[in-house]
Design a protein around this ligand. Structure first.
Ligand code: HEM
Length: 386
């Protein structure tokens, strides 16, 4: 089987589990995890990033492997996080000189310029440990009841011992799903908190909508978004405002092509500029401003943003429905129960964070310390805490 076939099968595994309708099976889990996130934040508001990492990591490990993360020291979650961090470093075009000078591939690892080979070997070991470790756990626990259903591998491991080829695809399909989901979701969730701190007026409007449509007798669910147009705009604008994957994934052409009269040779590197598409001033007035009102309630305009934010064509993100639902559940859980506020300095003055982001394939918010103390419980949240 060729490399391309393997990639396609691994992608198909993820895509078939996270279609729009199948993703809904995870809504209750997403809502639960979001409420855990709010509850953790109320206890330790100064740890926003680590709370987000832990709760998002727990959610992803649960849906991909049926594995319940038990603590912040969880070895499977930490192995995955390390592997994904390495991937982020390696995938950034230009981070390694060999990307620019392919001839370095033939240089021994001990020679100047050949150091990337040693790094690649170390990262390969980390990735193997992450991918095979959780697979072996899953195989040993199929009968013990510890593997929770549904999950990405569920139906495939029910069918008896998988072939060698299928095992390979399950292991690396799982890693692809975690890799696609982990830091991307973490990035959009931190940006959501940043946007709320910077825009109290947006919070007020969303809270007013939730109170008016849902009331105060229950917490909103993901499906309530159908009745909450302002919340739909608020969430969509997070994906547009500061794209978490500004250049998508780097592709290369599998054959010669002609685009707009320009000949593109087979093997050409293609980097889609998602950030620019979502900041085109001819489409988005004042594109750098976070402004949910720019959609004027038009779901078609919101769809155009999501259609770009998750990439294109045959390689479009297969986890987009799940990802969008994750952000809805967190936004609804926080806004229905909390006011998201900036930290205070020693004199009690508000610290207004700057919107600064890391340079990477997945751009994270840079100065998370300024989030400390963001979340002040409203009346409902106080009840949750008691
Ligand atoms: C906010 C969250 C997310 C964002 C912004 C995001 C964005 C993207 C983008 C831009 C791509 C590249 C598409 C292209 O090459 O044209 C991608 C690929 C991918 N995403 Fe996501 N994603 C997110 C969440 C997820 C989740 C939750 C999963 C899995 C459950 C996932 C799985 C994948 C996989 C497996 C690929 C590679 C697809 C392929 O190469 O064919 N992503 N994602």
């Amino acid at each position: 089987m060729s490399y391309d076939d393997q990639c396609k099968r691994q992608r198909a595994l993820v895509a078939s589990e996270f279609t729009q309708s199948k993703s809904q099976r995870y809504h209750a889990l997403q809502e639960y995890q979001s409420r855990m996130l709010v509850s953790d934040l109320l206890k330790q508001p100064e740890s926003l990033d680590s709370v987000i990492q832990y709760q998002i990591g727990s959610l992803i490990m649960r849906v991909v492997y049926g594995y319940r993360v038990k603590s912040r020291d969880d070895v499977f979650l930490n192995n995955m996080s390390e592997a994904m961090h390495n991937f982020g470093e390696g995938a950034l075009p230009g981070n390694f000189l060999v990307d620019t000078l392919p001839v370095l591939r033939y240089v021994p690892s001990w020679m100047p310029g050949g150091g990337f080979k040693k790094t690649a070997k170390e990262w390969h070991n980390v990735l193997n440990k992450a991918g095979w470790g959780i697979y072996n756990w899953s195989i040993s626990n199929q009968e013990t009841g510890q593997v929770l259903q549904p999950n990405l591998w569920g139906a495939h491991l029910d069918e008896g011992k998988p072939s060698e080829q299928k095992t390979f695809n399950l292991v690396w399909g799982g890693v692809a799903a975690v890799g696609g989901a982990l830091d991307t979701t973490r990035a959009v969730v931190t940006k959501y908190f940043l946007a709320m701190v910077l825009h109290p007026e947006v919070q007020r409007k969303a809270q007013e909508e939730i109170d008016r449509v849902i009331g105060k007798d229950r917490l909103p669910d993901i499906k309530d978004k159908e009745d909450l147009p302002y919340m739909r705009a608020l969430v969509t604008e997070i994906f547009r405002w500061e794209s978490s994957t500004p250049f998508g994934i780097v592709h290369s052409t599998s054959g010669d092509d002609i685009y707009n009269g320009v000949k593109i040779q087979k093997g050409t590197t293609i980097i889609p500029n998602i950030w620019h598409m979502l900041h085109d001033p001819e489409i988005y007035k004042n594109p750098s401003v976070y402004d949910p009102d720019r959609y004027e309630g038009s779901d078609a305009a919101m769809k155009r943003v999501l259609d770009v934010a998750f990439g294109f064509g045959r390689r479009v993100c297969p986890g987009s429905h799940f990802a969008v639902a994750s952000l809805y559940s967190i936004a609804l859980a926080t806004l229905a129960t909390c006011d998201v506020l900036p930290a205070l300095d020693e004199q009690g003055r508000e610290i207004i964070p700057k919107a600064a982001f890391t340079s990477a394939v997945i751009c994270l918010y840079q100065i998370l310390k300024e989030f400390a103390g963001i979340s002040i419980p409203s009346e409902i949240a106080k009840q949750i805490q008691n």
